[in-house]
Design a protein around this ligand. Structure first.
Ligand code: ADP
Length: 393
């Protein structure tokens, strides 16, 4: 059983580390001030604790990293060298919250494990196949050509993984399938995947638009920003915080950014929570429709991540409005997903609906092996992946 771990609330009160090997679990509440301390805690868990799984630094032959933003330079994962590092730094302007953390981890690995190859797996790379009419905004062209302002997309690693597992479950070649993958976690991305390649994605320039998320608004008319600044005299910083931190489920419900709580309160009769769930479901459904149109067809609908894997109600309500596309689920199968039944389609459905647990770490590990061992030539052995529903730590 491969170990899984999590270090949460870095730099905040209540920071902690969780580490699990099989059914053994270690949880430690301690002050974890920054990424560097978090890195030390992770290495201690892996190499020096009672549950250590790595004997020594010499046993590490390669390290894979999630690198959120690679701009439009990288269409695949890469072995990290000086040029890649420069590009990662150049992309900090596009992902100021994510890229600095990724860079800190890579630099720490280079320092602690010199000579070990590091591989960057970009969340943006999967979306480099999106055609230009879908990724270029109808803004003055210079903004794209000179300043790189375009749709980039995120959660590409998750989508790439689940689309491949879905083809495996369907026992059909990925190349023949048109799918929409719905990654419904803290961040939400819906991807249109045709023939194994992304042809459109719901998120855009940064991790902000598309379907509403925990605290992020998702799509709205950008003229509202001008209105808030000009008519209401709010500062740009305030409006930015409002859109990123005070919107989404939290903004509408006024209660929580966590869909579990919002759903629960909606069930208990809270109207604003019910509205937040309605908006979420509506936007997912609408985006599935536009993605199906972008692909001129739909063979499979794949739910993954937080609400996608765990919320029977969200899946049921999204699918209930998609009969026009040939989507129909069996409510009994929808209830049984976690018992290892990924296919929740009704017998009469034209589109297969699946629930596939995402595993970005596994995708990163597969890419790392592919690049370090085979120079990138051999595709990752997705076909041999087990469909497991891991306990989330
Ligand atoms: P991340 O996107 O950070 O990897 P997850 O994929 O675990 O995180 O998604 C976490 C989110 O998924 C939670 O904030 C919550 O909104 C949602 N979620 C998790 N479990 C459920 C559930 N049983 N019902 C509804 N929503 C859920």
């Amino acid at each position: 059983m491969s170990p899984r771990g999590l270090i949460a609330r870095i730099g905040e009160e209540g920071s902690y580390s969780e580490y699990r090997v099989g059914d053994k679990k270690a949880v430690e509440e301690r002050l974890i001030l920054c990424q560097k301390v978090a890195f030390d805690v992770m290495v201690d868990n892996l190499m020096n604790s009672e549950l250590a799984v790595i004997e020594s630094a010499e046993a590490i032959t390669a390290i894979g990293h999630r690198a959120v933003h690679g701009g439009d330079v990288f269409v695949d994962s890469v072995v990290i060298d000086e040029i890649v590092m420069k590009q990662l730094y150049a992309c900090v302007r596009f992902a100021p919250l994510h890229n600095p953390c990724n860079i800190a981890g890579i630099e720490e690995c280079m320092r602690r494990f010199p000579g070990v190859p590091n591989v960057a797996v970009f969340d943006t790379a999967f979306h480099q196949s999106v055609p230009r009419e879908a990724y270029i905004y109808a803004l003055p062209y210079d903004l794209y050509s000179k300043h790189g302002i375009r749709k980039y997309g995120f959660h590409g690693t998750s989508c790439r993984y689940v689309s491949r597992v879905a083809a495996d479950v369907l026992n059909r070649p990925l190349e023949d399938l048109a799918m929409v993958s719905c990654h419904l976690g803290n961040g939400v991305t819906l991807d249109a995947v045709k023939g194994g390649e992304a042809v459109d994605t719901s998120i855009g320039f940064v991790t902000f638009c598309g379907v509403p998320m925990g605290t992020r608004s998702g799509d709205f008319d950008p003229a509202i920003i001008f209105h808030l600044v000009k008519e209401q005299g709010r500062s740009l910083e305030e409006v930015e915080r409002l859109c990123y931190e005070k919107s989404g489920f939290l903004g509408v419900s006024g209660i929580s950014n966590d869909m579990r709580e919002v759903e629960q309160r909606a069930g208990a009769g809270d109207d604003r929570c019910a509205l937040a769930v309605d908006i979420f479901v509506y936007h997912i459904r609408k985006t599935i429709g536009t993605h199906a149109a972008a692909m001129n067809g739909l063979d499979a609908l794949v739910f993954t991540a937080g609400s996608g894997e765990n919320s029977t109600e969200i899946r049921s309500r999204v699918c209930a409005g998609l009969g026009v596309l040939g989507v129909k689920i069996d409510e009994r199968l929808n209830e049984m997903v976690r018992n290892g039944h990924p296919n929740i389609s009704a017998a009469s459905a034209f589109v297969t609906t699946l629930v596939v647990p995402t595993d970005e770490e596994r995708m990163i590990a597969l890419d790392t092996v592919r690049l370090v061992n085979h120079g990138g030539q051999v595709p990752p052995p997705i076909a041999s992946l087990a469909l497991t529903y891991p306990e989330r730590v």
